[in-house]
Design a protein around this ligand. Structure first.
Ligand SMILES: [Zn+2]
Length: 361
């Protein structure tokens, strides 16, 4: 192959390489979702915004190895819209790595440990969703202004997530996940789903605490107390679900928590379920802050953005020799591979590179 000469990548190569599979399995289905979004957003988004969303991901370039086993985003055209399946996915991948680095730094420099908190409330109808989220925000702020909470929580990262219940009838999986709930109501698999066509806003948060929090019985807050406080702040005694757990320092435990707060506020298969559902999500989430950093987290996110936390960032040890250009053609990507010029090779490999993304489904 001549240097700088682009070669078309055929289907078989695409299917058998890591980057090829990534494009086929991750990007291509999201381009299909964009088509759905464009249909629902017609008349909802401004025409200019709609055009940008439609063309999102039409062009992208990845640095890679000759066998296309490694990847690093080089350039791409992205719309940045918060309802776009490609952009929300890319943001989640970047947020995940940022939160992971920030947590590592806070653990080392501030001697902190973490707890993972999930706050929920009963489901609401579509026309109540917007107000319900406002109520969640107010109640969360109330909760974190309480003296016993303020005394022990040194910062948090919080994510708003909204799920939509699209099942008309109770499925096996739903029953398995909430057996006690259905049993109490005398319901079985196949019965009408009492929560059909309702929305479920909830918060996931990672909280930073002093190490002594777990052993000091005077300040420790147990699950029953968190539940009681959340009921009081929401002024709703029917709330039963508050989950609180320690984030262990294992990678699995920590990544689990990170992915919960980094991932999208709405799942693709729910957000683009129908025109009506899309509009409910749109009205409720438009212009809203979805991820919030507070206290130590806020301070360290600033440091991360100022590149002051590079010592906590993993090195990207791949040597990139090639550039893959992918162009969207109606229903699939056309992919072209070429070797980097010597100049490019040096530019993209000489300085220590940091890992920029954490994989998110
Ligand atoms: Zn986009």
């Amino acid at each position: 192959m001549k240097i700088n000469q682009e070669v078309k990548v055929n289907k078989n190569v695409l299917r058998t390489t890591e980057l090829g599979q990534y494009i086929l399995q991750k990007y291509t289905p999201k381009k299909d979702l964009i088509r759905k979004l464009a249909e629902y957003a017609d008349g909802v988004f401004k025409p200019k915004t709609l055009e940008r969303v439609k063309s999102c991901g039409d062009f992208m370039q990845h640095l890679t190895t000759v066998d296309m086993s490694a990847r690093r985003v080089h350039r791409s055209n992205s719309c940045g819209n918060r309802f776009c399946p490609i952009c929300t996915w890319n943001k989640a991948k970047k947020d995940a790595i940022m939160i992971s680095v920030v947590m590592e730094a806070i653990r080392h420099e501030e001697d902190q440990e973490y707890i993972f908190l999930t706050l929920t409330a009963p489901n609401v109808d579509g026309d109540e969703l917007k107000n319900e989220i406002d109520r969640f925000n107010k109640s969360f702020n109330k909760l974190f202004k309480r003296r016993n909470v303020q005394k022990v929580i040194n910062g948090y990262v919080r994510k708003l997530e909204v799920t939509y219940n699209k099942e008309r009838f109770i499925t096996k999986e739903m029953y398995k996940n909430a057996t006690a709930y259905y049993k109490k109501r005398g319901l079985q698999v196949g019965d009408n789903n009492p929560n059909y066509d309702t929305y479920h806003p909830h918060f996931h948060a990672i909280l930073a605490v002093n190490k002594s929090y777990f052993t000091d019985t005077k300040v420790y807050i147990n699950q029953a107390k968190w539940l009681e406080m959340w009921q009081e702040c929401m002024n709703d005694s029917s709330i039963t679900q508050v989950d609180i757990r320690k984030v262990r320092s294992s990678e699995k435990s920590e990544n689990g928590a990170i992915l919960e707060v980094a991932k999208y506020s709405a799942k693709g298969n729910e957000l683009y379920h129908s025109q009506d559902v899309f509009e409910v999500f749109y009205k409720a989430l438009k212009g809203r802050q979805l991820i919030t950093f507070n206290g130590l987290f806020k301070e360290y996110v600033k440091k991360f953005k100022n590149k002051e936390l590079e010592e906590y960032q993993k090195e990207d040890e791949n040597i990139y020799t090639h550039l893959l250009t992918s162009i969207w053609r109606t229903s699939k990507y056309e992919n072209m591979l070429r070797e980097l010029t010597l100049e490019e090779f040096e530019e993209y490999n000489s300085k220590a590179k940091k890992v920029e993304e954490m994989e998110v489904e």
